[in-house]
Design a protein. Structure first.
Length: 93
C-alpha cells in the first residue's frame, strides 16, 4: 500500500479517511441514542409508542433496534468502500 518512495498511496489514505468518517458518524448516533433518551427521559415521557411511554419503549426495545441498524449500515457501507478501494487500486496499477 505504499508507492516506491515509501509514502502511502492516495487511494489507501482516502479509504481510511472514509472509514474514520463513517465510524465517527455512527458513534455519534450511538452516543445520542444511548445518552440522549436517558438524559431527556422526563421530557419525553409524554410521548407514547404503541401505548407505552417513549422512554420505556426506547429502553426496552428501541435502542437495541437502533444498535442493530447501525451495525447493518456499517456493514453495507464498508462493503461499498471495500469495493471502491479495490477498484481504485486496480485502476492505479
Amino acid at each position: 500500500m505504499t508507492d516506491s518512495s515509501g509514502h502511502p498511496r492516495l487511494h489507501a489514505v482516502r479509504f481510511w479517511q472514509r472509514v474514520k468518517a463513517l465510524t465517527f458518524f455512527l458513534l455519534m448516533i450511538w452516543l445520542l441514542v444511548s445518552f440522549g433518551f436517558a438524559f431527556y427521559a422526563r421530557e419525553l415521557a409524554g410521548l407514547s409508542v404503541f401505548g407505552w411511554p417513549l422512554p420505556f419503549y426506547m429502553a426496552a426495545q428501541g435502542t437495541t433496534l437502533v444498535y442493530l441498524a447501525l451495525i447493518g449500515v456499517y456493514v453495507l457501507v464498508m462493503k461499498k468502500l471495500d469495493a471502491l478501494a479495490t477498484s481504485e487500486a486496480a485502476n492505479e496499477n
